[in-house]
Design a protein around this ligand. Sequence first.
Ligand code: HEM
Length: 348
Amino acid sequence: MTLAFKPDETFRGDYTYRNSDAAILRFPFPFPEDRYMYSVNIEPHVRSGPTDVFRRPFDVDEHYIAECRDKAITLERDPSRCQALPHMMLAQWDTLELLMESLAADYPTHFALIKEGDDFGSRWTWINRPLGIEQSFIFGNPDTLPCEPFEYITRQAQGDFAICDQRDNNLYMDAGMVTSQADWSLAFDVGMSFMEWHGPVPLAHQAGVFERALKFLLMLRLGQPMRRLNWTMTINPRLDTSPESYPEWGPDRASLTPDNIGRKLHLRVELQTLWRLPRSNAILFPIRCYLASLDELARVPKWGARLHRVLSTLPPELVDYKGLTRFLPTALDWLAAHDDGRELPIGI
Ligand code: HEM
């Protein structure tokens, strides 16, 4: 599969990020119904789904090169965005292996992995053509890579990654590469348990969502990954909306007007997947972020209408938690013009 990368687009400063027509059509629009509420919305991560985004274990798209560059900028400014506690080294190698094997199998034009054996101690060569990388190393020996294996491979992948250690019938966020998050902090959450890091989420605890999700995840099986979608909204196509950089993007919420909101306000959708790792028994949680402006979304008429209905009925606790309060009325006015009130079928 050949991809037409857009290497020069930016996610900060002049914000030149845009979606091509094909990228709009493959956008993982997250609302099959007119209303939205938290649920245990987990399904098998199989090679099928409503758009092409779901068809490969790790989706690579036209923004790949530009996103890897933006990640490098964020890491340069704040190295604490990548952390792994010492007992996570086995899980680091599990992650490197999973990503390298998947990318090489699904995108052979762009990536290749040459292995002289499967076990620790074998010599491997990794080729990443879009980023111009060729690296030989000894699988299992971190000294043969330029940095630790988890950082090495996740610098070359779109999206964020958390690794959860499983012990005492619980999950602990003991490693992460987090540079494109919806306002949460790895430095704050690292080492926390499943209920602790989900502490700030409103309504879901009372509804038993997290209790059921945790029970389910503790039984996640090797080779049977799962997925779910999550969403929020972001002003400008900005990947790094972390608490650490809040002074750089928080004030943008006050910059929206009826004239610029179509261009500036973005739906931010996370395709989250869950993978049991083979040697460490940890769970890898990749969070792949997709951004589309209201202008782009409204080119699919049913999406403009549906987003209007979802936002106008969103529980106030979710409006507040997702940070939409300040600009929601302006967004609803804009979207109302794209909603003729006709009944929409269930599904995207
Ligand atoms: C939010 C991590 C799995 C449901 C969050 C947040 C984090 C997180 C860091 C932000 C909390 C904050 O405001 O500080 C993870 C990790 C997971 C995981 C590492 C992997 C084990 C799940 C699962 C569910 C879930 C399986 C299924 C129900 C949610 C919901 C929110 C949330 C509903 C609120 C999102 C929003 O409204 O924007 N998660 N999560 N999470 N998580 Fe998870």
